[in-house]
Design a protein around this ligand. Structure first.
Ligand code: SF4
Length: 534
């Protein structure tokens, strides 16, 4: 068996039924996700073939590629889904590398969903803990070393003993990770906390194991410098096009349904600082499409875009839409940071985001940028932050004004409030705390409700189209059955908190639908909460 096993918990080691947005469901408290919904729909298991996962979270593929380039043989490394660890770990196992993103449920979406639903351990935290206890038991028997790395490392400082972790690994893997592994294999001392060196893009190797849902990283870092953001602490780099095309081919050959670019802003590809380049962006899409069309794939999606970039590179936005043949029935759903409608907050916490415009122009950028995206069938999820340290009622009112403007303009997409999280390693860490509902001014609650109103209306329109993409017909039917009740519950949640925000603590914190019995009893209860309060 392999000496080095790479793995991740079930909330990461899955393909989310082929629909990436379903992954956000795992940020909800465990008590609100029925067991069969988690394991059959949100996080179905990844199969193995010849002792390896058929596809892997992209980060694990990069770690594997880095080890190969550093001289390890493929048969010395195996990427394994968590359910199969007992079958592959044995006396030959020397190192387990664990990738983690949200091990304690403190990432912004998880924290927000906890606050808004009355708290509890998230599925992400539950799955991480389950994995680490399993690894601990096996470690007692086989005495290997455990390295845990990934963007969620900041949540684990001080918990190394609890989870039996030998090395907490922060930062980029490509140069430093193989050195750490080699040292551990040689029995040399390795610090308990290691920071990986930043890697020049030409030294980043291409993946060998296909990535889930066709993920390919096209940029690292972001030059806009927002204070609450971790990726901006990395130098901004674009990946060489030939490497991206090679990874597109690897994924397409393995049967990916689409290619999904991982980036902080797709329109930054090839930029020099904040000087954007429409030619490099168009080239990226055109050449990738040429590669994947050979495999009858004709869709390239991406994770994030910035509204100011979209207004600068309008022609690239149009080009991407035409190339993908987007339409009402075939839109894109990028994530977009709206953050706040108050120029004062923009100036204080994210003054680089409106560039080349000024903080005072941000409300205009949000409205006009969203219109541009919608005209091109990009239906974004606009996230905004509740709880900037010195946010006033007036700042929240300005955010609501922008949301109201979006509504007037017929915005198609989600407007989703996120409670501020001082992520470890960001500029805002140490200057802010984890925000909760209690103590928020009325204007903040109003801005939360305004965002949810748009999101619920849009979800009702769009979910039938998203659900069509789920491969398994039985799963599709089950989701359809659940979804109407879920929307009804969400609407009543909004009615309830509009009247009394404390209802979350009082009533929602006791809802538990993890088991079928709880589901049958609780859904009518949630649905009726808002009705009773009319
Ligand atoms: S624009 Fe987005 S990715 Fe860039 S620094 Fe700001 S929050 Fe981070």
């Amino acid at each position: 068996m392999a000496e080095i096993i790479l793995t991740a918990d079930r909330a990461l080691f899955t393909d989310f039924s082929g629909v990436n947005t379903l992954g956000f469901g795992l940020c909800l408290p465990l008590r609100l996700i029925p067991r069969f919904v988690e394991y059959r729909i949100l996080a179905p298991a990844v199969p193995m073939e010849k002792g390896r996962a058929v596809h892997a979270p992209y980060a694990l593929g990069k770690v594997e590629a880095s080890l190969l380039v550093a001289g390890f043989r493929r048969d010395e490394i195996s990427i394994v889904p968590p359910e199969h660890l007992e079958k592959v770990i044995d006396k030959d196992t020397r190192i387990i590398g664990v990738h983690t993103v949200d091990p304690q449920g403190l990432a912004p979406v998880s924290w927000t969903l906890r606050v808004m639903t009355g708290g509890g351990k998230t599925c992400t935290a539950h799955e991480f803990e389950k994995l680490m206890y399993k690894i601990s038991r096996l470690k007692e028997k086989y005495n290997f070393k455990v390295i845990v790395g990934g963007p969620g490392i900041w949540q684990l400082r001080g918990l190394e003993k609890k989870f039996n972790i030998d090395v907490l690994y922060e930062g980029e893997a490509e140069i430093t990770f193989p050195v750490v592994v080699r040292k551990l294999l040689n029995g040399e001392e390795v610090p308990k906390f290691v920071t990986g060196k930043m890697v020049p893009p030409e030294e980043i190797p291409t993946i060998v194991t296909p990535s889930r849902n066709g993920h390919i990283q096209i940029t690292r870092g972001c030059p806009r410098g927002c204070q609450f953001c971790k990726p901006t602490m990395l130098f901004f780099r674009s990946m060489p096009l030939d490497k991206i095309l090679k990874e597109a081919e690897t994924n397409a050959k393995a049967g990916a349904k689409e290619i999904n670019f991982v980036t902080e802003d797709v329109l930054l590809y090839g930029a020099k600082g904040l000087s954007l380049n429409s030619r490099t962006v168009k080239d990226l899409f055109e050449k990738t499409m040429k590669v994947i069309k050979k495999y009858s794939i004709n869709m390239i999606t991406f994770s994030h875009v910035t509204l100011s970039s979209a207004l600068v590179l309008k022609n690239a936005v149009e080009y991407i839409s035409e190339l993908n043949e987007l339409s009402e029935n075939n839109p894109l759903f990028p994530q977009v940071g709206f953050e706040s409608g108050s120029p004062r907050i923009v100036d204080r916490y994210f003054r680089g985001k409106p560039y080349p415009w000024k903080p005072k122009d941000w409300p205009w950028i949000v409205v006009e940028g969203s219109k541009l995206l919608n005209e091109n069938y990009w239906y974004p999820c606009l996230t905004y932050i509740i709880g900037f340290p010195d946010a006033t009622s007036d700042d929240y009112a300005k955010t609501t004004e922008v949301i109201d403007r979006l509504k007037e303009e017929g915005f198609k997409g989600w407007t989703f409030p996120l409670f501020l999280v001082p992520i470890g390693g960001t500029r805002i860490e140490g200057k802010a705390g984890f925000k909760v509902m209690k103590g928020l001014p009325n204007e903040a609650i109003e801005s939360i409700i305004a965002g949810w109103d748009i999101s619920i209306d849009f979800s009702k329109d769009i979910y039938p189209k998203i659900i069509e993409k789920i491969r398994n017909p039985l799963v599709r039917r089950i989701i359809n059955m659940l979804i109407d009740k879920t929307f009804e519950a969400m609407e009543n949640w909004v009615i309830s908190i509009r009247k009394d925000p404390e209802v979350i603590e009082r009533n929602f914190s006791s809802v538990n639908i993890r088991e079928l019995r709880g589901l049958l009893f609780s859904i009518p209860k949630i649905v009726s909460l808002g009705k009773r309060r009319h």
